[in-house]
Design a protein around this ligand. Sequence first.
Ligand code: SAH
Ligand code: SF4
Length: 437
Amino acid sequence: MKPRAYVETWGCQMNLHQSEGLSGILEAAGYALVDHLEEADVVVFNGCMVRQKAEEKVFGRIGAVVELKRSRSVLLGVGGCLGQIHGADLLKRFASIDFVFGSSGHSDLPGLIEEARTQRVAVLSEPVFDTVNRFKRSGTISGMVTITEGCSNFCTYCIVPYARGPMRSRPEDLILSEVMRLREQGYREVLLLGQNVNAYGTDLEKAVTFPELLSAVADTGIERVRFTTSHPKDMSETVFRVMAKRENVCRHLHLACQSGSDAILKAMNRSYDRRHYMDIVKSGRKWVPDLNITTDIIVGFPGETDGDFERTMTLLEEARFGSVFAAKYSPRPNTRGAELPDDVPQATKEERLERILQRQREIALEENGRFVGNELAVLIEGRTKRGELFGRGDDHRTVICPGDAEMGEFVTVRIAGASASSLSGGILERECVGGMT
Ligand code: SAH
Ligand code: SF4
């Protein structure tokens, strides 16, 4: 019988995609992949460290493996950003961890597991581009494609540059051949991944800009092209021109603002101010009128006063985001932010977070309400717990539509209802590609 492996992932889309690589490598090495930790001979945790809470969650899961180890032999490996930062310390801290791996270079994983059968081991990654190309993809409709790894920005709160090394761009031909392959396999959408996609190509010998890459990916004919994440400092108007011109480039921009206060943005080393951020928002909506802009916000960065926070609240009003991912600041090891006093009380952070979420819910409800009565092309991605179909408009809004359609089919939906998190309506027509009318 094949040895059974279980891979569990925390964190961002890049980690999810790396786990698709880990799973692919394990399968190619003869492992049977299982869906439950309890069934596995080898458990692999691909961990996140971006916030303290993410880190604690991974540590919390180790207990389940300890439990399993009481009754039979199981190997536990912990890696990703978490493994890269803590390294061999994890072996000292947790007797149940058998091997530690880093944030890239996972091709060696099967060898590492073999080594761990005789001795506990920690092998970290060099910051080189991972050549893994054996993904066991978690979906069949939308495929993730890495365009850059690592990050060279050093925002003062962020651990990513330490965990993943400097930004490395993947050569354009490899990206395009992967997109073509996905298209041939029946994928209808690709999501281009990087920590700062707009800086794509600046480190390549044959310089290719992100808008050029985006156009080339659109040329492959894949039906939807998405990308994440954009950094305001590198965002250029040309991206919007490509979006406006190319029907298959989706009208969604995830543009993390982090704060609406110039003083805090400076302390975060974000290299833009509020006015620059809003200029991008306005330019985006000029070129692409239905552009859905989503963002990330941190509340309670060291030194954030009530006044600073109010500026983030007013940014919500001005920018009218489609959705917001907001989090309380937590100091991360190695970062410059961790040297500053974490001086915003926990209760204040919670209060600020709640105010952001509350106001954003209202804004999202108002924004979504504008779509009622419109027709929207929706790519069907799954069923809700209640059994209704759901998918996304090209602007990334979730659309719930009771009725019949295949997974991965385009349908036209007439929007009849809106909540803060989704739109809903009946299917008018099946397999129809087009924009909002
Ligand atoms: N490269 C992306 C962000 C990747 S990290 C970008 O620059 O947009 C994802 C998000 O986690 C960040 O946008 C930030 O909002 C949040 N984050 C990162 N470090 C954090 C910390 N120390 N505390 C709280 N939130 C943090
Ligand atoms: Fe972290 Fe800033 Fe890089 Fe994003 S751009 S990964 S927030 S350092």
